[in-house]
Design a protein around this ligand. Structure first.
Ligand code: KG4
Ligand code: ZN
Length: 372
């Protein structure tokens, strides 16, 4: 039972939202759209229950990755991504709606990622969401992509998050440490000064001649080398690990790998494994170190993790160890929800709605640098 939300027919900015989330009917259906980067995704969720443990049922979910298109460029081209999203969205909508067995007119809200991300790509999702909202007379909610990553753990959480919590959000575009005081009150306490950690994985993979996105491939090579029980042979820098804050820096690491490769006579498979192992150690150590520092300073009871890099096995194992050592409960998203998806956007929309927060005005615009 969701109590005290004062939720029915409230005005949020210019947007009138009405909900079927009354004391008698506790569920709502959200159609969520994600197009911030190179995944086009649509999900229909049935959301219910109250925080800290709401429930989510996936009625329909489809995702189309553009990886094969961007692969040859080693990164994502915004205008190309936009074109693909525009092409994919109607196909995915059709598929998701069919799978759900309901009609768009039966959903309560349309939620769409408004930022951060690549603006042309974001616009594709926003325009599509607004057309859908108009056609079926549904409120359209702009959602912060990083809130999606932050709350993705909720999908299958079985124990409540305890506050204060520290959240480590690690993706291709972001590396952030967040102090979470409640479901409505969180602030970034540290971030990368240059490249994001996922970007460092992708750029280093390129240097090693591995396909985009590089994270999973580097991780695989690093794990293979680690499993041989051999030490990490290259000593790459851990910039800012000693800085007296919660910030990160990853551009130097990629450059260090580049210079090391230049000095090598050849890049054979074994050397690639060694480089991947040493790179991964250097990339993960600052994340773990600063997370531990934040847990200590803020006496965090919980540790939340989200974003594509949270799929990384080594990072996950280091955070499991951290949680045990520092006696914090660990909340990791299920593997399928670590990288971009629409389910997390639906979850973030539901969290916003049941915490009764202001949801922006009638006209939604793409905000490439939108912050948490
Ligand atoms: O969250 P996400 O899907 O997209 C953004 O919001 O950026 O994250 C994608 C990033 C990519 O940089 C990718 O290389 C990285 O997550 N990634 C990984 C792994 N799986 C994905 N990085 C390291 N290890 C992995 N297993
Ligand atoms: Zn993301």
């Amino acid at each position: 039972m969701v109590e005290g939300t004062g939720f029915e027919n409230q005005r949020r900015g210019n947007l009138t939202v009405s909900s079927n989330l009354t004391s008698s009917a506790q569920t709502m259906k959200i159609l969520a759209i994600e197009t911030s980067c190179d995944e086009t995704a649509i999900a229909i969720l049935e959301c219910g229950g109250a925080l800290p443990l709401p429930t989510f049922k996936i009625l329909g979910n489809s995702l189309m990755s553009q990886i094969h298109i961007h692969e040859k460029y080693g990164g994502v081209y915004p205008m190309l991504a936009k074109r693909e999203h525009i092409k994919n969205l109607p196909i995915l909508l059709d598929k998701t709606v069919k799978e759900s067995g309901i009609n768009v007119k039966d959903v309560d809200y349309v939620a769409v990622t408004a930022g951060p991300g690549l603006e042309p790509a974001l616009w594709a999702g926003i325009t599509f969401a607004e057309e859908l909202g108009k056609k079926f007379n549904k409120p359209v909610l702009p959602i912060n992509h990083m809130e999606g990553h932050l709350f993705s753990y909720l999908f299958d959480a079985t124990t409540p998050l305890e506050f204060p919590a520290v959240a480590l959000l690690v993706s291709g575009g972001h590396t952030e440490l967040v102090l979470v005081n409640s479901f409505e009150d969180y602030k970034i306490i540290g971030r990368t000064k240059d490249d994001a950690v996922g970007e460092a994985f992708d750029k280093t993979a390129r240097l090693l001649g591995l396909p985009y996105p590089g994270g999973p491939k580097i991780s695989e090579l690093a794990q293979t080398h680690r499993a041989k029980g051999e030490p990490s042979p290259f000593n790459f820098p851990r910039p800012m690990i000693k800085s007296n804050d919660y910030n990160f820096s990853y551009s130097g690491l990629k450059t260090a790998v580049l210079y090391t490769i230049k000095k090598l006579p050849e890049l054979d498979p074994n050397t690639k494994e060694e480089l991947a192992h040493s790179f991964e150690d250097a990339a993960i150590e600052p994340l773990v170190f600063k997370t531990q520092k934040a847990i200590l300073e803020f006496l965090a009871k919980s540790l939340v993790v989200g974003g594509g890099v949270s799929a990384n096995k080594y990072l996950r194992s280091e955070l499991v160890r951290t949680a045990e050592e520092y006696q914090t409960s660990l909340f990791l998203p299920t593997q399928a929800l670590t990288t971009d998806n629409a389910i997390m956007i639906g979850i973030a929309a539901y969290v916003r709605l049941i915490t009764n927060r202001e949801i922006e005005s009638k006209t939604i615009s793409a905000k490439g640098n939108l912050s948490l």
